[in-house]
Design a protein around this ligand. Sequence first.
Ligand code: ZN
Length: 211
Amino acid sequence: MKPKPPKMHKTVFADADGRAPEYWECPACGFLSGDPALRDPSTPCPGCGATGAERRRFPSDRVRRLDERIRQYNRDGDYEIVVILVMTLLETILEDILDRMLAAHGADLRVRQMIMDSQRAIGVRIGKIFPALANEEFEEAAAELGYRDFPYRWRQMRQARNAFIHDSPFNGPRERLDKQMGLDAMQLLDQAYRLFVLLNNRFVADGFTRT
Ligand SMILES: [Zn+2]
């Protein structure tokens, strides 16, 4: 088993001002930083020192559009839609980080697609694929990075979403997702971006070979 990569560089978070945050990715090493200076390609990457290449923005435009709509539903007080869409967005970012971790382990596009297509269940992605790539449990990694409650709160919210959408044979259908759940979902959303960036900088940008 590969040893866990060491933590090398401090991650700078982007401002959260009621919009999706803006991070910049170094194309040479995959490091993500919220430092706006990184938008300028002549600023050296804090991970590897590379300059010159244009930096990609995280999250992607697709995620930013979804994020924008979620915040509008939240302003409108449409908390049921907020919870459902935040859960969708979190699953998208999880898929993205797993894809990046697979790539960092040398998996090519075909293998990554095959794994993602055949392992659609979120429990399997978190419980099996993540630990195989990170060499530790998702809960452990999140706790080490300062987000100990995140996996539990995410699981609770998934269960509430599922009970709302499907009739659960165990608990019966959930009638509504209330304002508090909507606010919790918005918090999870903001945390999820930060956790993604930390996981990326720990397991993707540092130490592993990228393809
Ligand atoms: Zn770099």
